[in-house]
Design a protein around this ligand. Sequence first.
Ligand SMILES: [Zn+2]
Length: 190
Amino acid sequence: MKVLLEVSARHVHLSIADFKRLFKADAELTVKRELSQTGQFLSNDKLDIISSKSNLSGVSILGPLRRETQVEISVTDSLKLGIEVPIRESGDLDGTPGCKLATQHGQINIKHGLIVPKRHVHLSLDSARKNGFENGQILSVKVNSNGRSLFFFDTVARVHKDFMDAIHIDTDEANAAGVKGGIFCEVEAI
Ligand SMILES: [Zn+2]
């Protein structure tokens, strides 16, 4: 099946407690732009990710607030920070490294939560059923581009009734394929 490819830049999801530590007590996340997945949004707020070696400034915070803080960066970002960061699915944070997060209002040290997001395909129940795909199944994505076409193996299917069909890769992966997103790519069982 053909699915829309979207490229995720580095971003942060914050817990309510961490949000309160980083912003004024009465602050709330405000919506800059709705994202493709229902209820998810790019907020107007940003923060800095700080390591002992370097930092990434002006990183977008995505909403809504979550149970746990999660920082999603690329491998290139992890090299800049000098932190070895594992490739993980969203929410799988056991044993991941931490970092410092800072805004002009405050800063916190998170003990864990840094991940390089594993590339994935969001699928509605209907699309998954029609194509015989199951949640957690490993799929491949064929990207046709001008000079850097490739297959992304190891792409995990995430099936949920609230999902819109979308392939999510990060900026390193998009650069490797020579694409910027907004194109449709063939998703296949391996
Ligand atoms: Zn996603």
